[in-house]
Design a protein around this ligand. Sequence first.
Ligand code: ATP
Length: 259
Amino acid sequence: MTDIAEAVRTERLLKRFGNQVAVGGVDLVVPRGSFAGLVGPNGAGKTTTLSMVTGLLRPDGGVVRIDGLDVWRDPVAVKARIGVLPEGLRLFERLSGRELLSYNGQLRGIPRAEVEQRAEDLLRIMDLAESADKLVVDYSTGMRKKIGLAAALLHNPRVLFLDEPFEGVDPVSANTLVEVLRRYTASGATVVFSSHVMELVERLCDWVSVMSRGQIVAQGPLDEVRAGRSLNEAFLGLVGAGGEGEGEEGLSWLGATSA
Ligand code: ATP
């Protein structure tokens, strides 16, 4: 039986691309109310997993449950509960930031006056008020992340999925995002985000899932996973990075003075 104290649970989640197994039977667990980090080296299967968990990519096998609901059997109920900031976020470029939020709110069926109020709050808190009437096409990378996050939060989802939310975001804006997300989890909501930045995961997360080669290699409370080491050391141990200099063979030409 599914424990509904869990915001997310996958069972034997599987995805192949041709002969390659991108996600090889993953049991991802995220307790409700956690600030959870999904970490792993390039190509580990994080984006593929998050895409299947959020209903964007159909699994080849396995089950995904959010708040106990099967994502692929009950997609409408699940999508009302979740917010997603996907990798390679595509936005409606010819709308202004404010219009984008307003459009999202209307798609979600939120009354117009409520959408306007929430959009104003989010634009202010994301420090986008001055750019609210600028077209999204003219936004910087960090501004796009922020308006994407605002759009994902507008319907007050219970579980928020963020794929590399801090990439391209300056430190001041990153702090703003962190504050918003902390406030959000303090209310009992759950955040799941993928990242390569261990220091950030260590600072923010109370729960960590480590992926390597399409498998979960460690999962649990942050302190359990890092077991007295820094998360970075634990991570390098888990994903099998060897001693110094590994992988550098064959680069003798690099930095050598050319003839
Ligand atoms: P990164 O940290 O680099 O973003 P990731 O952990 O998110 O990596 P995925 O993008 O999930 O990794 O990729 C997992 C594996 O599946 C990789 O080997 C990748 O090449 C492969 N893959 C992902 N999407 C596709 C696709 N659409 N077609 C073919 N192979 C894919």
